[in-house]
Design a binder for this molecule. Structure first.
Ligand code: PMP
Length: 404
């Protein structure tokens, strides 16, 4: 077989081809692809698959259905034959609606010509395009640890280097923690609030300090706000989730629809920020994702009139349950939003997060080891996006195990 020259250029090893011809994928696969290790999260799913009727506190998506008006708008789009491509940037009315939302939340004037919005294939699509637009070999991006599982992979995916900033034990990405990590090759700092896996919400002071630091050092702040609508009353400031976009327009705000409206499978997010950067990302979207899914774009056009307040209140009550049941036995950073809690395995148990998760699996409770989200293996993540009675059942088992 002839190896195309472009693939030959990134051959992972110089291993000879199998003696009798055929394809030796080990020799063909890129170092980029092989550098990505998906084993941590796969192990959890494998463990879960062996259980009958588990209490599943591992799921990273809401447990309510997509609100009716949003479903109906998507179905109407399909039935109305809106199934072709949209412009690469996204449907104009959707981009306009996002701009209006940003005006409400962050004070960015909806008609500001220096700002643009790109509708992306999931929040992940926006993050990848941003990293592709910014990073080349040796360039650095600072991300919090613990992190959303995609963040470290932005290194292998782009050739850049991901520098982790430990936020233990309170899980706050402060300017003080970030500053020593900034160097001549730092291009961006990535903030995620409310966060996955901790649910921690940055305060207005924290985001303002990060904005000042990034501005001073000429580094782009990227704000992943996928959980921005899932913020509990006690973490709100000025009635909204504190966002660095309130203090800076020269940043990249990445948002999504999947978690808010329980349509994670629709693959819909957006990126908003300086026109020049958005244009670069749009260029790459044109030759990769092409556009975000069309019926989904029509569907979420109906989301701007839908209130998720009842769901957010229900999640706040579940958050309270988590704290009530687990805080007496373990240290849990108070989640101000999203639907996760990151729980420390008490030292007296003398076990890693992974060992604790395996022990909980033996009792039919599924959570995720902190090591999947971190360089440390001292915690576990639980999701409270699950029916209250099952949640309570799971929490009681976890509390017993944490007591030891
Ligand atoms: N950012 C964070 C912090 C997340 O938790 C997730 C999903 N778990 C994403 C981005 C990706 O979301 P999407 O499904 O919209 O790509």
């Amino acid at each position: 077989m002839t190896v195309p020259s472009d693939i030959r250029g990134i051959r992972a090893t110089d291993a000879p081809h199998p003696p009798h011809g055929g394809i030796d994928l080990d020799a063909l696969l890129s170092a980029r692809s092989r550098a990505i290790d998906a084993s941590g999260i796969r192990r959890v799913f494998d463990l879960g698959a062996t259980l009958e009727n588990p209490i599943n506190l591992s799921i990273g998506q809401p447990d309510f259905p997509v609100p009716e008006p949003i479903k109906r708008a998507a179905v109407a789009a399909i039935e109305g034959d809106h199934n072709g491509y949209t412009p690469t940037q996204g449907l104009a009315p959707l981009r306009q609606a996002i701009r209006r939302r940003l005006e409400d939340r962050a004070g960015w004037a909806a008609d500001d010509p220096s700002i643009d919005v790109l509708v992306t294939s999931g929040t992940s699509g926006g993050l990848l395009l941003a990293a592709m637009a910014l990073l080349e070999a040796g360039d650095e991006i600072v991300v919090p640890d613990p992190y959303f599982v995609m963040y470290p992979q932005l290194g292998p995916l782009t050739g850049g280097r991901v520098v982790t900033c430990s936020t233990y034990p309170d899980f706050r990405l402060t300017a003080e923690r970030v500053e020593p990590l900034l160097g001549p090759r730092t291009k961006a700092v990535l903030l995620n609030s409310p966060s996955n896996p901790c649910g921690v919400v940055a305060t207005e002071t924290e985001v303002r300090d990060l904005v000042d630091l990034c501005r001073r050092r000429g580094v782009l702040l990227i704000s992943d706000e996928i959980y921005d609508e899932f913020v509990f009353d006690d973490a709100l400031e000025h009635g909204t989730c504190p966002t660095p976009a309130r203090f800076e327009e020269d940043l990249l705000l990445i948002g999504g629809f999947g978690k808010t409206y329980a349509c994670t499978g629709w693959r819909l997010g957006y990126a908003a920020g300086p026109k020049r950067l958005i244009a670069e990302m749009a260029k790459m979207q044109q030759y990769t994702f092409v556009c975000a899914p069309t019926p989904a774009q029509h569907g979420v056009l109906a989301s701007f009139d839908v209130s998720m307040r009842d769901h957010v209140e229900a999640y706040a009550r579940r958050r309270d349950l988590v704290l009530e049941k687990l805080s007496p036995h373990a240290s849990v950073a108070r989640p101000g939003g999203a639907f996760y809690a990151f729980v420390e395995v008490p030292r007296h148990l003398g076990m890693t997060g992974t060992a604790f998760v395996e022990r909980a699996v033996a009792e039919r409770v599924l959570t995720i080891p902190g090591a999947v989200f971190s360089e440390r293996d001292t915690h576990f993540r639980l999701s409270f996006a699950t029916a209250e009675d099952r949640l309570v059942e799971g929490l009681e088992i976890l509390a017993r195990l944490l007591r030891g």
